[in-house]
Design a protein around this ligand. Structure first.
Ligand code: GLC
Length: 536
């Protein structure tokens, strides 16, 4: 059972999202760094968790107004994370464990401390003036009604040159002017710089906001909670010029073997995502549906189906359970048995059709930390994310062991450790064959040996009602059936459409006792059980 040789790794592989700042600190300053990450590669590689690639949150020089998403130099490593030599070492060591390295490029905006912006803001005649978006006031007011994602107007007045500049996020994150060919060239040079250093692709931060309408009209109103949501964003994103730039980027990526671009779409519409996927566009666009869907099989199935439908022609699905902007899975679903739900999440992530992205710590069922208002560090924090108290909660240090610094640091961690680290950590979960971590490892191993799980079609077996979910994955002669019980009780499920006359063997179950069967198109599941059957 092996992958067809012409299937690219980014379709068959598993990607791990390492939030570098919180992953492993080698220097004792309380901030995760590149040497720390390199030391932990064995944990992630083929003899460990078994992931195929790691995506590193931004590691470039940054004043950290938005923790790295405000870049002051795209081609240097922020000294807190290490040096270029440290980076080169990571890129050398990772492939020895079967791991590719992906970087995170925030190209919609730079930091206001980037030399490009410092020049641009210095005078209206500066050659870099047009590298950012400067507009005159409209009757003494901002040029239009555009709002910043982080709250307030998307325009800031510069008294020195008497113009406004545009920023979709913080005023410290001025938007780059993608209409200027010199800007595009400079950004493509950044892509080339890192590809030449051995990275195998990129996550593109809010890529669909790169272009704005050239006349800067007001966005029309719509219903929404926050000022930003009360506008239809038809002029400040998704502009037609995007496609030419994506094609240029793709041509560059394709000149390096097996490179990947996965985009973060601002907005959640799968049909909009599908427009950006294809051979001359992006490989994938993140699907965040599972980070906000009700935690019920029917709702999850409907969302998976919507993406399947939308991407049928051109795209390839991918799944995310959590990331550095959103609450962690177990904190979001808030059920009494968090490990059981972490396993259900893992099973969805790793057995649905598409590329799984695992946010660090999800594989041990980490929960968000709770902070008081005055402990919050994320600058947009409470204002933008009032419902779950900012984004720091999901960024707490990785829990490696039960020591005072959780094996993350010997110093004082930049964010508090979760108190659970005393018993929820990598070390103890590695020793427990029923831990969430062991379940992740087994699932990834099973995925590796089943072409049906990696590459197969997705066929729901039923509608996800009654608390159970079942689907078939089918690739050539190989078949896998996945069954999940979301309820805390025993469940008997009829699998509508399960191919008859196939002999199924249970390849994996999340409960120790079970040795289930699919005889007669029915399955009996224990509370919260997940099981994967392979056609013999
Ligand atoms: C993306 C990042 C987020 C950042 C924002 C602005 O949404 O995931 O962390 O704040 O872009 O760059």
């Amino acid at each position: 059972m092996s992958a067809a040789p012409d299937w690219p790794w980014w379709k068959t592989g598993v990607v791990y999202h390492a939030y570098v700042r919180s992953f492993a600190d080698s220097s004792g300053d309380g901030i995760g760094d590149l040497p720390g990450l390199t030391e932990r590669l064995d944990y992630l590689g083929e003899d460990g968790l078994g992931v195929d690639a790691i995506w590193l949150s931004p590691i470039f020089t940054s004043p950290d107004k938005d923790f790295g998403y405000d870049v002051a130099d795209y081609c240097t490593i922020d000294p807190r994370y290490g040096s270029l030599a440290d980076f080169d070492r990571l890129v050398q060591e990772a492939p020895r464990r079967g791991i590719r390295v992906l970087l995170d490029l925030a190209f919609n905006h730079s930091s206001s401390q980037h030399p490009w912006f410092l020049e641009s803001r210095s005078s209206p005649d500066n050659p870099k003036r047009d590298w950012y978006i400067w507009r005159h006031a409209r009757n003494g007011r901002p040029p239009n009604n555009w709002q910043s994602v982080f709250g307030g107007r998307a325009w800031t007045w510069e008294e020195q040159t008497r113009q406004f500049y545009h920023h979709l996020f913080l005023p410290d994150q001025p938007d780059l002017n993608w209409r200027n060919p010199e800007v595009r060239r400079a950004l493509m040079d950044v892509v080339r710089f890192w590809l030449d250093r051995g990275v195998q692709g990129f996550r593109l931060d809010v890529f669909n906001a790169w272009y704005e309408h050239p006349q800067y009209p007001d966005n029309p109103p719509k219903l929404g909670l926050r000022a930003y949501d009360r506008q239809a964003h038809i002029y400040d994103m998704d502009q037609p010029e995007m496609f030419e730039s994506l094609a240029e980027l793709r041509t560059l990526l394709d000149s390096y073997p097996e490179s990947l671009a996965v985009g973060e779409l601002l907005g959640r519409d799968p049909y909009c995502a599908a427009r950006y996927c294809g051979d001359d566009k992006l490989h994938m666009v993140f699907n965040f549906e599972f980070t906000e869907s009700p935690w019920s099989p029917r709702a999850l199935l409907n969302r998976a189906r919507r993406w399947e439908d939308a991407l049928r022609e051109t795209g390839w699905p991918c799944y995310v359970l959590a990331n550095h902007d959103l609450p962690r899975l177990v904190s979001r679903v808030r059920r009494s048995d968090p490990d059981a739900h972490a396993r259900l999440g893992a099973a969805l992530l790793l057995t649905l059709r598409g590329t799984p992205f695992i946010y660090y710590g999800e594989e041990i069922g980490m929960a968000d930390i709770r902070l008081s208002r005055d402990q919050i560090l994320d600058p947009p924090g409470l204002r933008y994310f009032p419902f779950y108290k900012g984004r720091d909660g999901c960024r707490s240090p990785m829990q490696w062991d039960d020591s005072a610094g959780a094996g993350f640091t010997t110093g004082r961690p930049w964010l508090p450790l979760h108190p659970e680290h005393r018993w929820r950590n990598v070390l103890c979960q590695l020793q427990d064959s029923h831990s969430v971590l062991s379940f992740y490892r087994s699932l990834i191993r099973l995925r590796r040996r089943s072409a049906a799980l990696r590459q197969g079609d997705f066929l729901p077996l039923g509608t996800g009602s009654r608390g159970g979910l079942a689907y078939l994955r089918r690739f050539a002669a190989e078949q896998a059936a996945v069954v999940l019980n979301f309820t805390p009780s025993n469940l008997r499920l009829r699998l509508e459409g399960l191919p008859a006359s196939v002999r199924w063997t249970c390849a994996l179950s999340s409960t120790q006792e079970s040795e289930g069967s699919l005889d007669g198109g029915q399955v009996s599941l224990e509370p919260h059980e997940v099981a994967v059957f392979l056609a013999a």
